[in-house]
Design a protein around this ligand. Structure first.
Ligand code: GLY
Ligand code: MN
Ligand code: MN
Length: 455
């Protein structure tokens, strides 16, 4: 479906949920040290959802299904430095805006009932606040009409339309190629570091005209959950954990993790634990369908992991009891995944308003507190499934944990698995009418296939 038609449908849907006018700002690039040297610009996802194009310093007005675009034409100086750009009315035509006006005219559209959401950059937020004459607090504390807008946006963005899905698929395809390239680039004996693997993977993303949906994690220290350092050499017995995902030029994300041996061959201990994580991954995917609580998938992953760890002699006890005691969280301290869409953790700028169904709150349990999604699955939702196993020193060496789990962990047996620091297997999953579709299925998960790709 063409962009303008999709955007029209989204506006019409919004109008069904909301009867106040809406202004959404795209935001602007933040300078690094002088105005012309900026951090990469990424528009607000709420703006992108209704405006479709990554326009900088633009605003849209939505009312009763109608769209107005506010933007200034490029100045001669901008044209000189950045080359020609489409005019405001050309852009308005592309996105189906009925009117195209300069930013100065925004003041005629301001009144008490206008709803908005705060953007990421502080300069634009100040402009929003000044124009609206009110402060824009974080999502949890927004005032009435903004809360209504926020809830309407969650309703719309939580399940994807065909255009969004085509974009997510496009991002997923490029991410799959990036991961295959990362595996193929992994060679011992050439003094490679994590940075070489990262570069090979991100090269694929850049060459496809995309950007990374988040800071890549490419590390032989998978136990550092968000490791953004890339200096370690590839050791002979290491596992590489690569969490790398592409984002399309219209902002739609993908999010994949694979873990592979630098040598091309998992050791027996690495393979044993890899297969435990894979069993949890596969169990969640087999169970994912409309109506199933995502929290239940998380608990299924916890039980499957725990069963595998009991079978390997690392945990001691009944898997259900161990999960009740949060023993799984010693090795799997995060949630099994999250919503995926225009953001990699979709709509987490709204706190838990998107991730948690109305009336639900985060648990403070060690094994549930990092669950980012607690809703029944619906057809059209895209989620990640990403169980893992990690030996995080901060968790395992913690005295409180050592005392609490003294009899539940066979610490001696665990020591035999020292060549596993971190394993995660992450795929992007679309919930369909009858079950689910793995959007990243082209990238294998089985040990033999991973070894084949590395070799
Ligand atoms: N790439 C971040 C995550 O998997 O949640
Ligand atoms: Mn993820
Ligand atoms: Mn990820």
């Amino acid at each position: 479906m063409p962009l303008a038609k999709t955007l029209k449908q989204r506006r019409q849907q919004l109008a069904k949920h909301l009867d106040t006018p809406v202004l959404l700002w795209s935001g602007q690039a933040t300078p690094r040290n002088f105005p012309a040297n900026t951090h990469p610009f990424r528009p607000s996802s709420h703006f992108l959802y209704f405006a479709g194009l990554p326009l900088e310093n633009a605003v849209i007005h939505l009312a009763d299904g109608h769209l107005t675009l506010f933007m200034d034409e490029a100045t001669p100086a901008e044209a000189l430095w950045h080359g020609p750009s489409p005019t405001r009315s050309e852009l308005a035509h592309q996105i189906g805006a009925g009117k195209a006006l300069p930013l100065e005219d925004l003041k005629y559209f301001i009144h008490d009932q206008v709803a908005t959401l705060k953007v990421q950059d502080s300069v634009t937020t100040q402009q929003q606040e000044q124009l609206l004459g009110r402060s824009l607090p974080i999502a949890k504390q927004v005032q009435d009409q903004d809360l209504a807008l926020l809830k309407a946006i969650v309703q719309l963005r939580i399940c994807h339309d065909d255009y969004a899905l085509a974009e997510i698929r496009r991002a997923a395809r490029v991410s799959v190629t990036a991961h295959k390239t990362g595996m193929a680039t992994t060679v011992l004996g050439k003094n490679l570091t994590e940075a070489h693997i990262r570069a090979a993977m991100e090269q694929v993303i850049m060459a496809n005209g995309m950007t990374c949906a988040y800071n890549s994690i490419v590390t032989v220290h998978g136990e550092v959950l968000h490791n953004n350092h890339y200096h370690h050499p590839l050791g002979e017995h290491d596992l590489v954990l690569a969490d790398v995902g592409a984002e399309t030029d219209t902002g739609w994300a993908s999010d994949i993790t694979r873990t592979w041996p630098t040598s091309g061959k998992f050791s027996s201990t690495q393979r044993d634990l890899y297969d435990v994580v894979l069993a949890a991954h596969d169990a969640c995917i087999a169970a994912a369908k409309p109506g199933v609580e995502y929290r239940e998938l998380h608990l299924l992953a916890c039980r499957t992991l725990t069963t595998g760890l009991v079978d390997l002699g690392i945990l001691v006890g009944q898997p259900d009891d161990l999960v009740e005691q949060d023993a799984h969280a010693l090795f799997f301290p995060h949630g099994v995944g999250h919503l995926l869409g225009l953001d990699v953790h979709d709509m987490e700028d709204l706190g838990d308003l998107a991730g948690y169904a109305l009336g639900r709150q985060r648990s403070d349990r060690f094994g549930l507190g990092f669950l980012r999604l607690d809703r029944p699955l619906q057809s059209g939702m895209a989620v990640t499934i990403e169980p893992g196993f990690y030996q995080v020193p901060g968790i395992l060496a913690d005295q409180g944990n050592q005392e609490r789990y003294a009899t539940m962990v066979n610490w001696e047996r665990l020591a035999a698995f020292a060549d596993v620091r971190g394993i995660r297997i992450e795929d992007d999953v679309l919930i369909t009418d009858n079950g689910c579709e793995v959007l990243t299925a082209e990238l294998p998960t089985a040990v033999s296939k991973i070894e084949h790709l590395v070799n």
